[in-house]
Design a binder for this molecule. Structure first.
Ligand code: ADP
Ligand code: ASP
Ligand code: MG
Length: 423
């Protein structure tokens, strides 16, 4: 069971979470009780608050020390949930990332889980004690605290589920499932009974923050059954087996659901937006072999993820403009790095813009049907929304637009693809 930040925001809400955990751990109507491991996020807003402290302390901060600071939010909630469970008469203890241990590799602030080898924790769970694990944090190869990137508690939960061989991994959040788009933006968004791993992976990677991308990839790889459901239930908490959330399913399971008439096949499954990217334009880059490699190699070395890339048609004099996007959080570092390499790359000016949003439509139906992209371009242009960049994959089309037009674009596309709920 994993509980997100909104579900953990304050002692009242933690008590509600403790009730849900207790209901799951208790015997069900058939007399079967579940062994439970719980992964928790920091209280809502806490991670942002801690990140701001880091920025104030040092604008270009050391990611290892940043991890020390931001991992603390989850330490607090794991202890508080254990205390609350104990107050309800439920045996529980916390297992911090370094105690399990959850070993990670890769860069600080975006580390990846390598192994969880926690025989003591497994023994404690088998002895009837609820294991409470702080999400988002692990132990690096150097023995330091590492964090898994924003939204990383979802991935902690899937990794723990895989490590203990759980029957299911339930992600409890502040909405009751995965919708056709963010239900906070489009009131007519529809809840999906099920969504395939492949589509959820793509939706998450283009900004549907309900699940962290890596959590979906890991669940797919490890065969973890994943469900998204709401922690905001009434006072009489019931076990998740009786709650209808959204199941993340394999293609075969989806085919069965469609055959039984429980799901409809749609051309577009969902629409996502992402306001966390920034655009960089390098003007008058030499149009010759090796020029783009000079731009992207230093960014790769610094573990900065580049997303959309456009190399414009060469101008006269063998020069071209190169436009690409990076996460907003990495913009300052990327800019500093590129300016440092200005002579090597040979560009004229660097122009940056954080006031952009990426809007994406996702659906496996695109593999076999034409016209999805043109519907998108037409719907946006009818509303006067200008497209600054485009990228596609087999099951996705993304465009870059002005951030102010995000909500409008998502709503217009939701209608254009026939996804609006009929009341
Ligand atoms: P948690 O703190 O529980 O991890 P998050 O804020 O990370 O919760 O994710 C839940 C939020 O994801 C929802 O409140 C919703 O606004 C947003 N969201 C974005 N896209 C979707 C979608 N397609 N379906 C459901 N929720 C979505
Ligand atoms: N607290 C972390 C974050 O806000 C991790 C998580 O909640 O999943 O990104
Ligand atoms: Mg989250």
């Amino acid at each position: 069971m994993k509980f997100g930040g909104t579900s953990m925001a304050g002692t009242e809400r933690i008590r509600r979470v403790a009730n849900i955990v207790r209901a799951q751990a208790a015997e069900n109507s058939e007399g079967v009780s579940s062994e439970v491991a719980v992964v928790v996020s920091a209280m809502a807003g806490e991670t942002d608050r801690l990140i701001n402290f880091c920025r104030e302390a040092n604008a270009i901060y050391d990611p290892a020390e940043y991890d020390v600071v931001v991992a603390s939010g989850e330490q607090v909630t794991s202890g508080l949930l254990s205390l609350t469970l104990q107050s309800l008469g439920c045996k529980a203890r916390s297992w911090l990332g370094w105690q399990m241990p959850m070993k990670t590799i890769g860069a600080h602030s975006k580390a990846r889980i390598e192994t969880i080898d926690a025989p003591e924790m497994v023994a404690s769970i088998e002895a009837g004690e609820v294991a409470v694990v702080p999400g988002f944090q692990g132990l690096s190869l150097e023995g330091r605290i590492a964090t898994l990137g924003r939204g990383g508690s979802d991935t902690s939960a899937v990794a723990v589920a895989a490590a203990v061989g759980a029957d299911r991994c339930d992600i409890y959040t502040d909405v009751d499932g995965v919708y056709t788009t963010d239900p906070r933006i489009v009131a007519k968004a529809r809840k999906l009974k099920a969504v395939t791993y492949e589509e959820m992976l793509e939706l998450a990677s283009v900004g549907a923050k309900v699940l962290q991308t890596r959590s979906v990839g890991l669940a797919m790889k490890e065969g973890v059954r994943l469900q998204v459901l709401s922690s905001f239930v009434g006072d009489d908490a019931v076990s998740a087996d009786e709650l209808p959330g959204t199941m993340i399913v394999s293609d075969e399971e989806m085919d069965e659901l469609v055959e039984k008439g429980l799901m409809e096949r749609q051309l577009v499954t969902g629409i996502a937006h992402d306001k966390n990217e920034a655009k960089i334009i390098l003007t008058r880059v030499p149009d010759k072999p090796g020029a783009v490699a000079h731009i992207f190699e230093p960014l790769a070395d610094a573990s900065i993820n580049v997303d959309m890339i456009i190399q414009n048609v060469g101008r006269d004099k063998g020069e071209t403009d190169v436009t690409f996007t990076v996460p907003q959080a990495d913009l300052a570092r990327a800019q500093a790095m590129l300016e440092d390499k200005a002579d090597l790359i040979g560009f004229n000016r660097i122009i940056t813009d954080s006031h952009i949003a990426k809007i994406s439509v996702v659906g496996v139906g695109m593999k076999s049907h034409a016209g999805v992209a043109s519907t998108m371009f037409r719907a946006l242009s009818d509303r006067g929304i200008n497209i600054q960049a485009i990228s596609t994959s087999e099951i996705k089309v993304s465009v870059l637009i002005d951030e102010d037009e995000t909500e409008l674009a998502v709503r217009v596309l939701h209608t254009a693809y026939g996804l609006d709920a009929v009341d």
